[in-house]
Write a protein that binds this ligand. Structure first.
Ligand SMILES: Cc1ncc(COP(=O)(O)O)c(C=O)c1O
Length: 347
């Protein structure tokens, strides 16, 4: 790596990470408290800044990536903004595959970084990526596919992406250097913020409780096989696409989630609903069971700027707080509300 490039990395290292840890100021039952690790304060707006700093460095050091190369990522949006922003600073030609129908706000954030877009079918959402890649990669052998969600192929599936996990483990290390916590509540997306920080927290006796949309229920269904169908009378993934962009979706077998469940790392899984899911579920089944779940589509005192999965995290903590007392819970503030199309944030 030449000197200018090392200086760029040094600058990015100073700017990314060491994000603020703040306390939720709203009411929390039973003398519990909620801490938010504000990853949304990273320069390109999310926890994914940490990942792309490490992934680009890894590909330069070990995979022959050189400035000016063409690099590709698949993303529902959040990761794409970090990828394109950091890639541009480091001198790469960034290409991003995003499903149609993703919020314009995040598309604009990626566009501002000058990335080239490919749009996958809206109906397939993130499950459309394997098809896209099967077509695209053989035709473009000069592209580097960073693939933050997965590691190498291993047997029938994929292995965990260790670079991504280590980048997220740093979140736990920063928190533990400041304070101790009792519960860590990660969102379930591809599962890397479950497994990365989760494995460091578990070493310290922290309990991990995941949350995700009731529409998808990927971790929930692996943790409690059959229970979803029994409770709600439909299979996970049956309802129309949920609005917690970046979080779980039925259709891709993400290795981090499977691994965390198999290793017994997840103590419980909370499902989150919203008014649209309640409506869709009612229309489909005539039932109202989702209304009893915690809801993200409300405003939480003092946290007006955070994005949807962070709101869902607060809702999950408030639910957990009903059954424990004097505990400290941690969530990641993944991104900001301004990364979502405003007309649909709160209805
Ligand atoms: C806004 C947002 N929240 C939460 C998550 C979940 O994180 P993970 O994929 O690490 O499980 C993501 C992932 O893309 C995201 O974009």
């Amino acid at each position: 790596m030449n000197q200018i490039q090392s200086q760029l990395y040094a600058k990015l290292e100073r700017e990314i990470g060491n994000t603020p840890l703040v306390e939720f100021t709203g009411d929390v039952p039973n003398n519990n408290s909620i801490l938010l690790k504000r990853e949304c304060d990273n320069p390109f707006g999310s926890h994914y800044d940490r990942v792309y700093l490490e992934l680009f460095r890894h590909f330069e050091d070990h995979r022959g990536l050189e400035q000016g190369s063409k690099v590709l990522e698949t993303t529902s949006g959040t990761a794409g903004a970090s990828f394109a922003g950091i890639g541009k600073i480091l001198g790469y030609d960034c290409h991003v595959a995003v499903p149609h129908g993703v919020d314009e706000a995040i598309i604009r954030a990626i566009e501002q970084q000058g990335a080239t877009f490919y749009r996958t079918p809206e109906k397939d959402y993130v499950s459309g990526f394997p098809n896209f890649l099967r077509d695209f990669l053989p035709k473009h052998p000069d592209f580097y596919f960073l693939n933050h969600s997965m590691g190498k192929r291993a047997g029938a599936g994929f292995s965990n992406n260790e670079i991504t996990l280590q980048a997220f483990e740093a979140i736990a290390k920063e928190v533990l250097a400041e304070t101790s916590i009792d519960f860590y509540l990660p969102a379930v997306g591809n599962g890397s913020t479950v497994l990365g920080p989760g494995r460091a927290f578990l070493e310290k006796g922290v309990r991990m409780v995941t949350f995700e949309s009731a529409q998808a229920a990927v971790a929930y269904d692996q943790l409690y096989p059959g229970r979803y169908q029994q409770l709600f009378g439909i299979a996970p993934g049956t309802l129309p696409r949920h609005r917690l962009r970046g979080t779980s979706y039925q259709g891709i077998d993400f290795p981090h989630i499977r691994y965390a469940v198999e290793e017994g790392m997840i103590h419980d899984a909370i499902l989150i609903s919203d008014r649209w899911q309640n409506r869709d579920y009612h229309e489909l089944t005539g039932r109202d069971d989702l209304e009893k779940l915690p809801h993200w589509d409300q405003s939480f005192e003092g946290q007006e700027d955070v994005g949807r999965s962070t709101r869902a995290g607060i809702a999950a903590c408030l639910e957990l707080a009903k059954s424990v007392k004097d505990k400290t819970m941690l969530i990641i503030a993944y991104d900001n509300a301004n990364r979502y199309d405003s007309e649909s944030i709160l209805g």
